[in-house]
Design a protein around this ligand. Structure first.
Ligand SMILES: *Cc1c(COP(=O)(O)O)cnc(C)c1O
Length: 228
């Protein structure tokens, strides 16, 4: 199937699910995840109207950025090493993977240097998995309080990579818990924050994520085909 067809079907499905749970599909941002995907395929996706691109490696993002104009929003969705923050800070729209104070220190330092405000999400390890990065669910509130003390970092919400389940329905309880965390974070009304983003849902589980309140979906293989 073509990328164009994949995107059309995906957007139709998003609209259908939004209708079924009384949500406005205009409130949903689709991030096309393009790790290992070529420039040509990426341009095809952008021609279909997608504006947001997600990469999980700094090196790959840097190599690709040059081939696109300023209209593309770049999302860092993978684990971010401190020593690489400086390479992406002036181009990245949203860092999804803030998972520690030391990384926040470096994002603050580089943002101040560039005289910019950097938008971030706190990555939450919602399944408490040893193999995954992210803040433990019960530490989100205290971590969020720390993050909002940085002058050049603006907290926008939460992100999670749910455990992979062949039967996606199984992640629903965790996604409900994420949404609960997100609502709690909103209600804290922390200064220096604008809590409007819950980034969860991938090719395998975006339907459940939408039903449970995700505002941002990160979808790769469904659009571009399986990665080799
Ligand atoms: C690869 C990746 C995705 C997209 O995964 P698909 O299953 O291809 O949709 C989303 N989020 C993160 C953090 C990823 O690394």
């Amino acid at each position: 199937m073509s990328i164009k067809k994949n995107i059309e079907l995906f957007i139709q499905d998003v609209q259908r699910i939004c209708e079924s749970c009384n949500r406005d599909s205009k409130d949903i941002i689709i991030v096309a995840v393009t790790k290992t995907v070529g420039i040509q395929e990426m341009k095809e996706a952008i021609e279909c109207g997608l504006t947001d691109i997600g990469e999980n490696r700094v090196q790959e993002m840097m190599e690709k950025i040059e081939s696109f104009d300023e209209s593309v929003n770049w999302h860092m969705i993978g684990h971010l090493q401190r020593n690489k923050v400086k390479y992406i800070i002036d181009r990245v729209s949203l860092i999804h993977s803030l998972d520690g104070v030391k990384l926040a220190d470096e994002i603050q330092r580089q943002s101040l240097k560039q005289n910019k405000m950097t938008d971030v999400l706190i990555e939450v390890n919602i399944g408490n998995e040893d193999t995954k990065f992210g803040i433990k669910p019960d530490e989100v509130t205290s971590f969020a309080r720390k993050i909002t003390e940085y002058s050049n970092i603006r907290l926008r919400g939460l992100m999670t990579v749910a455990p992979f389940e062949a039967e996606p329905e199984k992640v629903r309880p965790l996604m409900k818990m994420m949404h609960q965390k997100y609502i709690e974070l909103k209600l804290l009304n922390l200064e220096n924050s604008l809590i409007d983003t819950l980034s969860m849902g991938m090719s395998n589980d975006y339907r459940i994520a939408l039903e449970e309140g995700a505002t941002m979906l990160r979808v790769g293989s469904l659009i571009f085909g399986e990665r080799s």
